[in-house]
Design a protein around this ligand. Structure first.
Ligand code: SF4
Length: 194
């Protein structure tokens, strides 16, 4: 296991999912989750990782958002998080690689863009995940950039709208204001990537 990351806790669910609590040298703590999910007609292994300690988007329903922003993780730290998670899973008889790696844990990946892209590139180069996805709250200016890296880094995008109207989304997701990046601007950008 990488020397830059330490496992502080590991919780097992009856459905087979495993939640890890990791610590880095400066005592930054983040979580990752391994689970299986039906995809293409069979159960596939997924790993969800964190890209920031805290988050400054500040969604009112989110425990990470309520912490505020502490710091971005580096690419080395995120790669170590993936490798350590998969080593722990493999040591318990699980797979050493996953079908899908998701940047959907703590933090907003498009606000740590360069490090997330570098992490995704390295994970796909190492063959640790076939699909690498980003889940974003809707950082619209960064969404078109993902199309340029789809062949070697992030190749799937999810936008967490959290609401069916801008009025409710304005309330739930603080970046969704007329002067920020409302749903109406995020979604067409995503469509253009297809
Ligand atoms: S963007 Fe994600 S991590 Fe950040 S506050 Fe919102 S739901 Fe939480």
């Amino acid at each position: 296991m990488s020397t830059i990351i330490t496992c502080l806790d590991e919780q097992h669910s009856s459905d087979g999912s495993i939640k890890f609590l990791w610590s880095y040298a400066d005592r930054t703590t983040v979580e990752s989750i391994f689970f299986t999910f039906p995809q293409d007609g069979q159960e596939q292994p997924f790993l969800c990782i964190s890209c920031q300690d805290g988050c400054n988007v500040g969604c009112g329903f989110c425990a990470t958002g309520l912490q505020g922003m502490r710091r971005n993780l580096t690419a080395d730290e995120m790669v170590a998080q993936v490798e350590a998670s998969l080593e722990a899973v493999a040591a318990q008889g699980g797979p050493a690689r996953v079908a899908h790696l998701a940047f959907a844990g703590m933090g907003e990946p498009l606000l740590n863009y360069q490090a997330v892209i570098e992490t995704a590139r390295r994970i796909r180069t190492q063959g640790l995940a076939k699909i690498v996805s980003v889940s974003t709250s809707g950082i619209a200016p960064r969404i078109p950039l993902l199309a340029k890296v789809a062949s070697y880094a992030v190749n799937r995008l999810y936008i967490s709208l959290h609401a069916t109207t801008n009025a409710l989304r304005n309330y739930l997701v603080p970046i969704n204001c007329p002067n920020c990046w409302p749903q109406a601007r995020s979604t067409p950008n995503a469509r253009r990537q297809k």
